[in-house]
Design a protein around this ligand. Structure first.
Ligand code: UD1
Length: 394
């Protein structure tokens, strides 16, 4: 099990190029199953969730291999239609394979998905969409079996779930006739999947991830200094940039870059409410909170997307943060300084948040549970070190 040792208090300085986005590349890898030929995904990040997706594709009878920063998938002749328990449990988003496998193979068998512990993460909207397209689904003992010829339909999602929208899109492109998805999610990864589906069989470039970018911007806000992130679309981050500006950072957007400078003290900001895109992203809540633990005054966070997404709060408190949680609301009372501590990551973005806090804390922190961070960030420690952070993996 790896851990990070972080010596806080070193300002960051420099430029970092953002890797392709986990949340974009996972549905695209599932979509590769639909293309009866070879797909090349460029700028595909090296993450444990990507490795798990390649394992699933291989299990289904595809050729799937990494070639440098690209991944090549050949789905000319898939033979399987099930995803074994071990692979499903490794990654919650493996449920995205449901629509793709059913669409390509006419049947699919999966067990209940794994992934981050963010409170109950039902899949009823995914199943409703597949059923709406004519898929027959039976559930028994934590497993799912789906079969049936799919036909286009008018689908209405009761809330704009990212995963359910992706599953519906993957199944719908295999269905006979036209499908309309009402109240579909509008996150940047949905646009990326649409682009891939349009171009299936062609070469695809992964877009920079807004969420990874947030981690570096929050790290610079926390540690101080000047950091430029490149390979990003600043429009995906307008709500986050606005909060960072309000907190006292100088944030400048270029064509494909964002530069953040923080040399004065951080300020608390107006309430931050998470919402579906283009609202404030739930994945950015924890890293922003980590930086704002030292914001003068008080900041209120309202988490509207997931029930249990404050697991980083107890760990931040070990570093001296003053945060009170009441249901979906967290009130952060800014403290003048944090101190290094032994802390544990229990989920992906919460883990990145602890690194952000440790970079701005006085003294040494040991952050365990780094495998959660590895699911979504390629070599976070290497990039941070190049920016001047004192961080190493043991
Ligand atoms: C995706 C992202 C995740 C991000 C989230 C919200 C990936 C791999 N993960 O997760 O990083 O935090 O979007 O931006 O892309 N819901 C239901 N029934 C369903 C599905 C969802 O009630 O069938 C609820 C969930 O419990 C949650 C809300 O809908 O409260 C939003 O979840 P959703 O948008 O589906 O998130 P994911 O696709 O799981």
């Amino acid at each position: 099990m790896s851990a990070y040792i972080i010596e806080g208090g070193h300002p960051l300085d420099g430029s970092v190029r953002i890797h392709g986005a986990k949340n974009s590349v996972l549905p695209i890898l599932a979509a590769c199953l639909l293309a009866p030929g070879e797909c090349v995904i460029h700028n595909c990040p090296e993450l444990s969730d990507v490795a798990a997706s390649l394992d699933i594709l291989r299990h289904l009878g595809c050729r799937a291999e990494r070639q440098g920063d690209a991944v090549v998938v050949d789905a000319s002749a898939p033979t399987g239609w099930d995803v074994p328990d071990a692979l499903m449990r490794e990654m919650r988003s493996s449920v995205i394979f449901l629509g793709a496998i059913l669409g390509r193979m006419g049947r699919a068998e999966l067990c209940a998905p794994g992934g981050c512990e963010l409170g109950p993460r039902p899949i009823d909207l995914h199943l409703g969409a597949i059923r709406g397209l004519g898929g027959r689904i039976t559930e028994d003992g934590g497993g799912l079996r789906a079969e049936g010829a799919l036909r286009g339909a008018d689908l209405v999602l009761s809330l704009p779930s990212v995963g359910a929208t992706e599953n519906a899109m993957l199944a719908a492109v295999c269905a006979a006739g036209t499908t309309t998805i009402t109240n579909a999610a509008r996150e940047p990864e949905i646009v990326d999947l649409q682009g891939f589906l349009r171009a299936i069989g062609a070469k695809v470039h992964g877009a920079g991830s807004s969420v990874i970018t947030v981690a570096y911007l929050a790290a610079a806000a926390s540690a101080g200094g000047t950091v430029e992130v490149t390979g990003v679309d600043y429009r995906h981050l307008s709500t986050v940039s606005a909060v960072l500006r309000e907190a006292g950072c100088d944030v400048q957007s270029g064509a494909e870059s964002i530069r953040l400078r923080r040399d004065g003290p951080l300020q608390g900001v107006r309430p931050v409410r998470t919402a579906p895109y283009p609202g404030f992203p739930t994945d950015a809540q924890a890293p922003l909170m980590a930086a704002l633990t030292r914001g003068k005054g008080c900041t209120v966070f309202v988490e509207n997307i997931f029930e249990s997404r404050y697991r980083h709060v107890d760990e931040l408190s070990r570093m001296g943060a003053d945060i009170r949680v009441e249901g979906r609301v967290a009130v952060v009372y800014g403290v003048p300084r944090l101190h290094g501590a032994q802390v544990r990551a229990t989920d992906l973005r919460g883990g990145a948040a602890l690194a952000v806090a440790a970079l701005g804390a006085e003294g040494r922190s040991e952050l365990t549970g780094v495998h959660h961070i590895d699911r979504g960030y390629q070599s976070l420690e290497g990039d941070l070190r190049r920016l001047g952070a004192e961080i190493r993996r043991i």
